[in-house]
Design a protein around this ligand. Structure first.
Ligand code: HEC
Length: 224
């Protein structure tokens, strides 16, 4: 009698062990497959696609941040350093348009242009960006395509970014134009008194808060 009981207990233990082993094996297979199946990864990537609108928004934040950081931490320090005015030249530099011919550093708009000239070269046209304005001092900043003209008019009217699709040379682009507003008195005074501005747009006087132009970002779109 005791012998039979021991025999059955032994058999039950064996079966439970086998069941555990099976569950463990299934679990390991499931984890291993979900971790490395190439199709599953490709599917996941396809689902994590990012809208072109979000891409231009992100690029714009990075560009605007760099421009503000340069104005705040470089240009402004050439005027006031650790609370002291730069009357006697705390730093022997000045942000000036003719920076290459003097002991100067570029104006923020020039610094931005120097950056986008390098950026557009580095990206080999994969995406492009720049500054445009109907009241441009630099000829390179004139709105070029019909799209840019239309986007500029709409943006000046609304004060909001303008986004849309355009085709240039057979290539489709998603383009976004972000307003560049007169956020400081210096924007207004410098542009309103600039000799090129006075000559070209004698009737245009910028006011604080006004849209002075915009940052255009173009990213190529592959049609599927
Ligand atoms: C000290 C003078 C000065 C100040 C201050 C200044 N700018 Fe400019 N800005 C210029 C010059 C010069 C250019 C042309 C730069 C170039 O050669 O690419 C320019 C270019 C621009 C452009 C591109 C269109 C164009 O005229 O070529 C925009 C838009 C612009 N500035 C907006 C602003 C805003 C907004 C501010 C204030 C946050 C500002 N600027 C402050 C002198 C100034």
């Amino acid at each position: 009698m005791l012998k039979t009981l021991r025999y059955w207990l032994q058999r039950i233990r064996l079966r439970v062990f086998a069941l555990y082993a099976l569950v463990l094996a299934l679990f390991i297979t499931a984890v291993a497959c979900s971790g490395s199946a190439p199709e599953a990864e490709a599917d996941a990537e396809a689902q994590v696609g990012i809208s072109p609108e979000l891409v231009t928004d992100y690029i714009h934040v990075a560009l605007a941040a760099d421009r503000t950081a340069y104005t705040k931490h470089v240009v402004n320090r050439s005027k006031t350093l650790e609370g002291k005015d730069n009357e006697k030249g705390v730093l022997g530099i000045e942000a000036t348009e003719g920076w290459q011919d003097t002991d100067g550093i570029p104006l923020p708009a020039q610094m931005f242009r120097l950056g986008y000239e390098i950026g557009n070269e580095l990206s080999e046209g994969a995406f492009t960006y720049g500054l445009i304005s109907p009241w441009y001092i630099n000829d390179n900043h004139a709105p070029k395509s019909d799209f840019e003209q239309e986007a500029m008019d709409a943006m000046i009217e609304s004060g909001e970014p303008f986004k849309g699709y355009q085709e240039v040379g057979g290539q489709k682009y998603f383009s976004a134009l972000y307003p560049d507003k007169a956020v400081a008195e210096a924007c207004v005074t410098c542009h309103n008194t600039h000799p090129v501005h006075l000559e070209r747009y004698p009737d245009k006087e910028f006011e604080m808060g006004e849209v002075m132009g915009g940052v255009i970002i173009n990213i190529p779109i592959e049609e599927s």
